[in-house]
Design a protein around this ligand. Structure first.
Ligand SMILES: CC(C)(COP(=O)(O)OP(=O)(O)OC[C@H]1O[C@@H](n2cnc3c(N)ncnc32)[C@H](O)[C@@H]1OP(=O)(O)O)[C@@H](O)C(=O)NCCC(=O)NCCS
Length: 222
C-alpha cells in the first residue's frame, strides 16, 4: 500500500533522471521510446518556461511529471499535429506572449495512479492560465484504447467515451478534469495504440474565475 500524500514542485535539473525513468514506465512499448524526453529537452523546457514544468513527489521520489509550453493564438487556431503545434521536443514554437498553455505531457507512476495526482497537475495548469490571464489550456490527448476498441472512426469512439459508455485509460481521466473535446486529429503523432489519433481538448476559465483574478490583482472594484 502506497502513501497517498504527495507534493507538487517545480521541475529541477536534479529530477531529470527520475522523470525520464517515469516516462518509460508511463509510456511503455509499443510507444516509441525515441519519442520520450531527453535531458536536453527537459533543460530547454525549464530554460524557456520554468513555471510550467512540475513534478509530483511522494515518499522522496518522483511519482509524476507534467510539461507544458505556451503557443500563439494563430498557432493554436491551426489545430495542427503535435510536431507543428509544439515545435518538437525542444518546443521551438514557444511564444512568451502566447495565449494558450499547451500540455506536452502528464505522467503518473502506475503505483500512484487514481490518487488525484493527475488532478493536482491539472489544478496547476488551470491556475497558471488564470494567473497569467491566458485564453485557455489545450492539449492533444492520446487514445491508447482506441486501436483495440473495434472502432475505425475516431469520432464514434470519442462520442462513446464522452458519454461514459466506453473507457479510455487516458481520455477518461482527463475528461474528469472538465476538459472539453473540441475535435480530433487523425494524424497527431506516431502512436500505434492510438492509431496516431488524438482528442483535441480545451479548458477556458469562466468569467467568474477571470473576475476573481482581476479582483485579487486590484484591477476591479468589488
Ligand atoms: C492519465 C493519468 C495522468 C491520470 O493520472 P491519475 O493521477 O491516475 O489520475 P487521477 O487520480 O487524478 O484520476 C482522475 C479521475 O479519473 C479516474 N480514472 C483514473 N484512471 C482511469 C481509467 N483508467 N479509466 C477511467 N477513469 C479513470 C479516477 O477515478 C478519477 O476520477 P474521480 O475524480 O471521479 O475520482 C495517468 O493514468 C497516466 O500517467 N497515464 C499514462 C500516461 C499518459 O497517457 N499520459 C497522457 C498523455 S496525453
Amino acid at each position: 500500500m502506497t502513501n497517498p500524500a504527495f507534493e507538487i514542485q517545480l521541475l529541477k535539473e536534479i529530477h531529470f533522471d527520475e522523470v525520464i525513468a517515469l516516462q518509460r514506465e508511463a509510456f511503455p512499448p509499443p510507444f516509441d521510446e525515441t519519442l520520450l524526453w531527453s535531458q536536453s529537452d527537459l533543460a530547454t523546457h525549464i530554460g524557456l518556461f520554468p513555471e510550467a514544468q512540475w513534478v509530483a513527489i511522494a515518499e522522496n521520489k518522483i511519482v509524476g511529471s507534467c510539461s507544458n509550453t505556451l503557443i500563439s493564438e494563430a498557432n493554436y487556431q491551426r489545430h495542427s499535429d503535435w510536431e507543428a503545434t509544439v515545435g518538437g521536443y525542444q518546443i521551438k514554437t514557444f511564444d512568451p506572449n502566447g495565449t494558450t498553455l499547451y500540455g506536452l505531457d502528464i505522467s503518473v507512476a502506475c503505483a500512484y495512479r487514481n490518487q488525484g495526482i493527475g488532478r493536482a497537475f491539472y489544478e496547476c495548469r488551470k491556475k497558471l492560465v488564470i494567473d497569467r490571464q491566458l485564453k485557455r489550456y489545450a492539449t492533444g490527448c492520446r487514445l491508447p484504447d482506441f486501436s483495440t476498441s473495434g472502432f475505425e472512426n475516431v469520432f464514434e469512439f470519442l462520442e462513446l467515451v464522452h458519454m461514459g459508455r466506453k473507457s479510455d485509460r487516458t481520455l477518461s481521466p482527463l475528461l474528469k478534469y472538465d476538459l472539453r473535446i473540441i475535435g480530433a486529429h487523425t494524424n497527431y503523432m506516431e502512436d500505434i495504440e492510438s492509431n496516431n489519433c488524438a482528442a483535441l481538448l480545451e479548458w477556458e476559465p469562466t468569467l467568474d474565475e477571470q473576475k476573481q483574478n482581476e479582483l485579487m490583482r486590484g484591477k476591479l472594484v468589488p
